[in-house]
Design a protein around this ligand. Sequence first.
Ligand SMILES: C[S@@+](CC[C@H](N)C(=O)[O-])C[C@H]1O[C@@H](n2cnc3c(N)ncnc32)[C@H](O)[C@@H]1O
Length: 280
Amino acid sequence: MDQTQLQAPDVYGRTFQMDEQTLGVIATRLEARGRHPFFLRVIDEYMGELSLTAGESVLDIGCGTGVAARAIARRPDMHGPITAIDISEHLVKAGRRLAEEEGLGDRIDFRVGDAHGLGLPEGGFDVVVMHTLISHVADPAAVLAEGKRLLRPGTGRMVVFDGDYASLTLATDAADGGEATDRAVQRGIIAQPRVMRAMPRLLAEAGLGLLWSRAYVVADIGRADYCAPMITSFRVLLPKVGVMTEAEANSFADGLERASAENRFFGASNFYTYLAGRSA
Ligand SMILES: C[S@@+](CC[C@H](N)C(=O)[O-])C[C@H]1O[C@@H](n2cnc3c(N)ncnc32)[C@H](O)[C@@H]1O
């Protein structure tokens, strides 16, 4: 299986077939999210847990605009090579440009590829990072198997961070409190909303030993903060994958932004990080 066999609408899983306007909205949203203290803290915590030794290499799969790859490159303990791969050529080009603008152009090798089969040499990386990739792929087990194949036997470690998007909720004034719109959002932007709950089993089945995990709850109460760029992106992304009309998406986003302006917003999701090792 490859990404072209994705069953769900998931706009982030279809970046390889999206138009420039949609990819521009996605890039803006990813960059805004990447600057949020929550994301910076998550990356800092898993990178700290990895305790990199000098020269260890990192592969960021599903890098988007390179939010994680650039944060990793900025770390004082990161001296080895960084490779960043995404299925979208547009996002890879944006990532390369942003890295150059930040003076990190020579630290990160950006490439285009499908996580189900990257065609890179076996055992070539010390660390594989999947930062909000696994919830968007056609076949999570195949992607984990490919990540494991690329890890150095014995010492290679994999980081899988993502939202438990089955828990993602945005309260609305509708009679159902937002249940129907929650389902539409999950269908529209997430192919695998429960995959992070299956991760202990999927890692074990892939032959990866669980080393460490961490749970997070992001909850915007009163004002939309972490959720704000996501809500802006809904106006374009939800109609694009056909889970709402343009009018429905605008009215949904208007309602959430009004709730935030009036300090009565509620939006939340759980997130998890898993760190696993390739022993053989
Ligand atoms: C939610 S974005 C996360 C991007 C980035 N890691 C971040 O956190 O800002 C998911 C990314 O996965 C990429 N993607 C989806 N399916 C992929 C696949 N099969 N192989 C490689 N990249 C993929 C998308 O193009 C998108 O950039």
